[in-house]
Design a protein. Structure first.
Length: 121
């Protein structure tokens, strides 16, 4: 369930603005506020099944967009590459500190680290 919730949260972060107001509201209450279908239904004055239908349609719509665009997949891949770059920067800094003490090498490593951090934002 945790993996499903993470996946749905990622879809919502990327594509939530493309949903209708009602889909966004119900999705947010269900996944982010952890309300049950019954609680949402009671607050909205509709059936539990009606709430479920809205949420399922929202999930399907966002998944369809992800299937076509692949933005989340590319984001996850990029994040892995950024982690690898940061690990390499840390290794360069450590080697420079232990062996070379070259200020220019330190400056370059700092630049790479700053640019990597900017890409993460």
């Amino acid at each position: 369930m945790k993996n499903q919730t993470y996946r749905m949260t990622m879809l919502y972060d990327f594509y939530g603005d493309l949903l209708t107001d009602r889909q966004r509201e119900f999705f947010d209450l269900y996944y982010n506020d952890d309300l049950s279908l019954a609680e949402i239904a009671e607050n909205a004055g509709i059936s539990r099944q009606g709430v479920r239908d809205v949420i399922v349609r929202a999930e399907a719509q966002m998944q369809e967009i992800e299937d076509k665009t692949g933005l989340i997949k590319r984001f996850e891949q990029m994040r892995g590459h950024l982690d690898a770059i940061q690990t390499a920067v840390d290794g360069i800094k450590q080697l420079n500190y232990r062996l070379y003490e070259d200020p220019r090498l330190g400056e370059l490593a700092d630049t790479i680290a700053r640019e990597t951090a900017a890409l993460r934002e």
